[in-house]
Design a protein around this ligand. Sequence first.
Ligand SMILES: [Cu+2]
Length: 212
Amino acid sequence: MAISSGRYLRPGAVAGGLATLAVGVLLAGCGSSSAASSTNTTAATTTEAPTTTEAPTTTAAPQNVSLQLQTESASGSKEGYPRFVPADITIHQGSPVILTITSVDDGPAPLPASLATYETIQGGTETVDGSPVTSVPNANISHTFSVPDLGVNVLIPPVPKGAKTTTVTFTFTPSKTGTFTWHCFAPCGDGSDGMGGAMATMGQMEGNITVS
Ligand SMILES: [Cu+2]
């Protein structure tokens, strides 16, 4: 597939702040009546005094998931490649997932017009080799890691010339539980349209992501 293009267009480094917003909403109770009319018939007996050390509100630690995007076996065989390893992953709802994808593929595989919807980063924040990115030009997409059911679309550019790997991180929070199929939508497989072979094989350019 991949003839090194030598063109690595790093998208403008726009500070992509984490989308995780902690919104604290304090509802001040019944301020409608005038302050003076404090006819307190209901004694505040129900508010239990915090006698024990208060447990911090569950700020669950981020989950780190690492994927290797391989293009050949250790012995150099290209049979059964490219593929993401592991192909099946399990994550949990309730805390952010930091997906780290390390790719050795130096070739682009631009998406056809019919898949243009997957040309944009969706559902989380991405960095490429440490720099925040908000887009990757289609001509510079090598693979995608896309989970349509979770609204997640990660774009993976080719390895820059002179480098051995490129590392993409993608931080997102799973919106629901279940088992969903992820796909690569870049035509990186066999056949005239690049959609055969690895692209049509579970365990290579598609797999399962389970959110428990
Ligand atoms: Cu691919």
